[in-house]
Design a binder for this molecule. Structure first.
Ligand code: NAD
Ligand code: TDX
Length: 360
C-alpha cells in the first residue's frame, strides 16, 4: 500500500473537483481520479491542475470491476474517497435508471473491488486503509418546521429516487463494514454551494439565469428549507473524517444555515444587484413554477458529532460564502457558457480523444 496515494471517484464533478484541488494544493499526496465524465463531469473543473505531477486522471466507470481492480493493483491507494454519483433530484424523477446503476450497482462494484484489494494487504495496511463514502442528508427524508435536525441516529426515510439510491449505497457500505470488517466511514452532508457546481442546481442556475435576464424559477411556494454549506467546508470535513474518524461511524456535516429557497434566491439577487447592477432589480425575475413531485419540505443537520468528536468547524458563514460564490460565477462566466452552449462537450471530444491517442 502506498500511503502517499488516494483514489477519488467522481473527482471531475462539483464537490469532487473542489476536493481534489484542495488536496493537491495542500500537498497531501497523489490523487488517482476516476471519473466517467457523464454530463456532470467536466475536465474544465480541473484546469488549474493541468500537468500536475500528482494528479492521475482516469476516465472510467466505477461499475467497471476490471478497471477498478487494475487501478487498485497499480496504484495501491491507502484510501478511497467515493464521490461519484448521479446527483440531481429532478433528473432522478424523470429517469431513475442511471441512479440505480451508478449509485447502487456502481457503489456495490467499487465495494467488491475494494474488499478484494483490502484482503490482500498486510495486517498493518488493512488497519490503516480507509474507504470514505460521501453521502447526503436527503437519506433521512423530510422534516416539519418544528422537528429536531437530523442526527446520525435518525431513521432513514428517503423520498426521491435519488435519495433512495444514496440510502441503498449507504446501507451497502455499512454492511461491508459489519460483515467483512472493511474500514469504512460515511458522511451525510447538507446542500453544498460554491465554484464548479453544474448549472442545473438552484444556486448556479439562478446566477446564470439572472445574468441572462431569464426567469428565476422557484418551485412551489419557495418555502422549502435546505441547510447550506460552502463546498470548501464540506471538503475540509471529509479530510478531517478521513484523518480521525472512527471506523464504521457515520458523521453528519452541515453549515447551520437553514434557509428557505426564497431567502436563498433573494440573497443571490441582492448580491448581484451590488456586484453587477442591471436596469431592473434581479428580484423582478423571480417566477413561481409548479412544484417538484414529492418535494421534501425541510432538511436540517445536527453536526455536533463531527464538531465535538473531530473538532471540525465550517470556516465560511452563509453571507461570505454566497458572496464568494457569486463573485466566482461572475469571474468565470466562460465556465458556465461552455457547459450551456455545448462548447465544452465539443472541446472534450476533440482534446480528450486526441490525448488518448498520444503515446504515454
Ligand atoms: P456532480 O453530479 O457534480 O458530480 C458527480 C461526478 O461523478 C461527475 O464528475 C460524474 O462524471 C461522476 N460520475 C457519475 N457517474 C459515474 C460513474 N458511474 N463512474 C465514475 N464517475 C461517475 O455531483 P456532486 O454534487 O459533486 O456530488 C458528489 C457526491 O456528493 C455525490 O455522491 C452526492 O450524492 C454527494 N452530495 C452532494 C451534495 C450537494 O449538495 N451537491 C450534498 C451532499 C452529498
Ligand atoms: O430551479 C429550481 N428551483 C427550485 O426552487 C431548482 C433547480 C431547485 N429548486 C429548489 C428545489 C430544492 O428545494 O431549490 C432547492 C435546491 O434544489 P437543488 O439545487 O436541485 O438541490 P437539492 O434537490 O436540495 O439536492 C442537492 O442537495 C443535496 C444536491 O443536488 C444533492 O446531490 C445533494 O444530495
Amino acid at each position: 500500500m502506498n500511503n502517499n496515494v488516494i483514489l477519488v471517484t467522481g473527482g471531475a464533478g462539483f464537490i469532487g473537483a473542489n476536493f481534489v484541488i484542495a488536496w493537491l494544493q495542500a500537498g497531501l499526496g497523489t490523487v488517482v481520479n476516476l471519473d466517467k465524465l457523464t454530463y456532470a463531469g467536466n475536465l474544465d473543473n480541473l484546469r488549474s491542475l493541468k500537468d500536475h505531477a500528482q494528479h492521475v486522471f482516469v476516465q472510467g466507470d466505477i461499475a467497471d470491476r476490471a478497471l477498478v481492480d487494475a487501478l487498485l493493483a497499480e496504484h495501491q491507494p491507502s484510501a478511497i474517497v467515493h464521490f461519484a454519483a448521479e446527483s440531481h433530484v429532478d433528473r432522478s424523477i424523470h429517469g431513475p435508471a442511471d441512479f440505480i446503476q451508478t449509485n447502487v450497482v456502481g457503489t456495490f462494484q467499487l465495494l467488491e473491488a475494494t474488499r478484494a484489494y483490502w484482503a490482500r494487504l498486510s495486517a498493518a495496511d488493512r488497519d490503516a486503509f480507509r474507504y470514505l463514502h460521501v453521502s447526503t442528508d436527503e437519506v433521512y427524508g423530510s422534516l416539519d418546521v418544528d422537528d429536531p435536525a437530523f442526527s446520525e441516529t435518525t431513521a432513514y426515510a428517503p423520498n426521491s429516487p435519488y435519495s433512495a439510491s444514496k440510502a441503498a449505497s449507504d446501507h451497502l457500505v455499512r454492511a461491508y463494514h459489519h460483515t467483512y470488517g472493511l474500514p469504512v466511514l460515511t458522511t451525510n452532508c447538507s446542500n453544498n454551494y460554491g465554484a464548479y457546481q453544474f448549472p442545473e442546481k438552484l444556486i448556479p442556475l439562478v446566477i446564470h439565469n439572472a445574468l441572462a435576464g431569464k426567469p428565476l424559477p422557484i418551485y412551489g411556494d419557495g418555502g422549502n428549507v435546505r441547510d447550506w454549506l460552502y463546498v470548501n467546508d464540506h471538503c475540509s470535513a471529509i479530510r478531517r473524517v478521513l484523518a480521525a474518524g472512527r471506523v464504521g461511524e457515520t458523521y453528519n456535516i452541515g453549515g447551520c444555515n437553514e434557509k428557505t429557497n426564497l431567502q436563498v434566491v433573494h440573497t443571490l439577487c441582492d448580491i448581484l444587484d451590488t456586484l453587477q447592477p442591471a436596469a431592473h432589480s434581479y428580484r423582478d425575475l423571480i417566477t413561481f413554477v409548479p412544484d417538484r413531485p414529492g418535494h421534501d419540505r425541510r432538511y436540517a443537520i445536527d453536526a455536533s458529532k463531527i464538531q465535538q468528536e473531530l473538532g471540525w468547524q465550517p470556516a465560511e458563514d452563509f453571507e461570505s460564502g454566497m458572496r464568494k460564490t457569486v463573485a466566482w460565477y461572475l469571474a468565470n462566466q466562460d465556465w458556465t457558457d461552455n457547459i450551456t452552449s455545448g462548447a465544452y462537450r465539443q472541446w472534450l471530444e476533440t482534446n480528450y480523444a486526441q490525448r488518448n491517442k498520444e503515446p504515454a
